[in-house]
Design a protein around this ligand. Structure first.
Ligand code: IPM
Ligand code: MG
Length: 365
């Protein structure tokens, strides 16, 4: 008997809900045609939760997130909540989820689908075949460090403080994940920090070197974050696994996403200790400027669900099927606005979802 896969869907704000509708179509197809069984619940998060519950992550939602095998997360944030206090802001709900579920390892694979090599802002030969894995540390660093806050000074000025802080165990566990991933890929890790100006970066480098000794077959090198940003747009294929902290990982993964053609293409998995919670979300944000128009690209969210199938539900075949279907649809020149090019067929969010389901059906028959 197949096990029921429990999943909490948190569509969130902006284009999150529209993209999630397309994931639900795929879930329905898998249930009908591949006899996978899901036990799905759904709730609000981010601005939507703030409007509904007065906080961006309600306690009962957090409890549910801890119970289920995986959380499928859309996106949070928007100008509507710009004035809300930091601890109740849409983004705080996401950070709290990551922290409370202890999801310290954020996998952001930047993969250039062949049909999209011309959609990248870089020359096709630079991105063709691109396959980078960014391992972003997700529960530490400057997004969580104390002290933090804005204070009034006696001279009438104000001071804003955030603290970049890492401890040995945080670096070690992230490094282990990166080295393990590299072992299943091309065997190279580039560890990225700013050891030239930050003590936390120096510690990062030294501690990564210690973990590297356990992995004699992995080639490790170190790179400063600013240089890495530049190298990513110069010769991105030099990288295999990039291991980096929370802040630099946030930035470098946006850059890497663009290499693949669009921010609308990049999925991510946030994992903690094995078997103890997982969250899957697209790297793109809520894109309030295009929300509700039916033009958003649902592929990053769909590919995030494929990652859930692979990493949490052990349904690698279903994950392969989705990824192959996405490739086929792109190869048939079906495009949402963000990846559209002259002569191709421009489709809506929901049409893109339908095309992907149809392609899955075709691959199966
Ligand atoms: C991301 C996003 C989030 C982050 C925001 C929405 C809090 O940019 O997942 O990359 O900064 O981590
Ligand atoms: Mg980001």
């Amino acid at each position: 008997m197949s096990k029921k896969h429990s999943m909490l869907i948190l569509p969130g704000d902006g284009i999150g809900p529209e993209a999630m509708v397309e994931v639900k179509k795929i879930v329905a197809w898998l249930e009908e045609h591949k006899s996978l069984e899901f036990d799905i619940s759904e709730d609000s998060v981010g601005g939507a939760a703030y409007d509904q519950y007065g906080t961006s992550l309600a306690d009962h939602t957090l409890e549910k997130a801890k119970e289920v095998d995986a959380v499928m997360f859309g996106a949070v944030g928007g100008p509507k909540w710009d004035g809300v206090d930091y601890d109740k802001r849409p983004e705080a709900g996401l950070l709290k989820l990551r922290k409370e579920l202890n999801l310290f390892a954020n996998l952001r694979p930047a993969l250039c689908f062949d049909p999209l090599v011309d959609a990248s802002s870089l020359k096709p030969e630079l991105v063709s075949g691109l396959d980078i894995m960014i391992l972003r540390e997700l529960t530490g660093g400057v997004y969580f460090g104390e002290p933090r806050g804005i204070t009034e000074l006696s001279n009438g000025q104000r001071r804003g403080v955030n603290t970049q802080v890492y401890e040995t165990y945080e670096i070690h566990r992230a490094a282990h994940v990166a080295f393990d991933l590299a072992g299943k890929r091309s065997g190279r890790v580039t560890s990225v920090e700013k050891a030239n100006v930050m003590e936390s970066g120096l510690l990062w480098r030294e501690e990564v070197n210690i973990i590297a000794k356990d992995y004699p077959n992995i080639k490790l090198d170190h790179m400063y974050a600013d240089n890495c940003a530049m190298q990513l747009v110069r010769t991105p294929k030099q990288f295999d696994v990039i291991l980096t902290d929370n802040l630099f990982g946030d930035m470098l993964s946006d850059i890497a996403a663009m290499l693949t053609g669009s921010l609308g293409m990049l999925p991510s998995a946030s994992l903690g200790e094995v078997g103890k919670g997982a969250l899957y979300e697209p790297v793109h944000g809520s894109a309030p400027d295009i929300a509700g128009q039916g033009i958003a690209n649902p592929i990053a969210t769909i590919l995030s669900f494929a990652m859930a199938l692979r990493y949490t539900y052990n349904e690698g075949d279903a994950a392969d099927l989705i990824e192959e279907a996405v490739n086929d649809v792109l190869a048939n020149d079906i495009r949402t606005a963000d990846i559209n090019q002259p002569g191709m067929t421009l489709v809506s969010t929901s049409e893109m979802g339908n095309h992907i389901v149809d392609a899955m059906q075709k691959l199966e028959s």
